[in-house]
Design a protein around this ligand. Structure first.
Ligand SMILES: Cc1ncc(COP(=O)(O)O)c(C=O)c1O
Length: 224
């Protein structure tokens, strides 16, 4: 069983303590393993950090994450804290798969962690992304006041809930033609299931406030 307990993608939900306990009970009953992807846990703006599910039972949960969102996906550096009984098999699998990760990027990351550079970078980017998120939300409140923004407390994107009956894929296509990349929520749903509502997944971390405002103006124009 795989979970993104700190921040579900794409709706941004945090796994409730009761469901965390139920998940661990499930793994114990079935002799199961939980893969906890601690994805986007660092980018929190309006909510406190929650502990990892892994702390509830380190023998049942493999805890993993990467520096993709904090530094860059190009680095391909991640970590995995496996249940003790699985560690030798995980080390073997990594060794036989690719002889281990590239040492130079790992040495650079170690330096960044030891000197406090990683923490400083995170503090700076967290404040920057928060300003960008606030600019996006303010523009949505002004231009599209009846639209609800979902999953705003953390992460690098929000979901804009569209009025019922909107074809979010058609809106995605129309926006792409005008140079705005916003993805239909229905595109993230496994086949055979339906999205809870039509929506647009809008990333904001790499855009300044002016570009976010123009994107929202365009969305408002095309959606009306
Ligand atoms: C759920 C989830 N986990 C992890 C990642 C990061 O993937 P990677 O660490 O392979 O770059 C993403 C990227 O968007 C994601 O959506």
């Amino acid at each position: 069983m795989q979970v993104t307990s700190a921040h579900q993608f794409p709706l941004g939900v945090v796994l409730h303590p009761q469901r965390r306990r139920a998940l661990v009970a499930w793994a114990r009953e079935r002799d199961g393993l939980i893969l906890e992807d601690d994805y986007d846990a660092e980018h929190r703006y309006d909510r406190h950090a929650m502990g990892a599910v892994q702390a509830l039972d380190p023998t049942r949960v493999a805890y993993l994450g990467s520096v993709s969102k904090v530094l860059s996906p190009a680095l391909r550096i991640g970590w995995l804290i496996a249940p003790p009984a699985l560690r030798p098999a995980v080390i073997d699998a990594k060794h036989y798969n690719d002889l281990g990760g590239s040492p130079l990027p790992q040495a650079a990351l170690t330096h960044l962690l030891r000197t406090g550079g990683y923490e400083r970078h995170l503090r700076r980017t967290r404040a920057l992304y928060r300003r960008r998120r606030d600019a996006l939300l303010a523009a949505v409140a002004e231009r599209l006041p009846s639209w609800q923004a979902v999953g705003v407390a953390a992460g690098l994107h929000v979901v804009l809930r569209l009025p019922d009956g909107t074809d979010d894929r058609a809106l995605q296509r129309a926006l792409a033609v005008s140079g705005v990349n916003a993805f239909a929520l229905s595109g993230y749903v496994p086949s055979g299931q339906t999205a809870p509502y039509p929506g647009l997944v809008v990333g904001y971390a790499s855009l300044g406030p002016d570009r976010l405002r123009s994107a929202v103006a365009l969305i408002a124009e095309l959606a009306s």
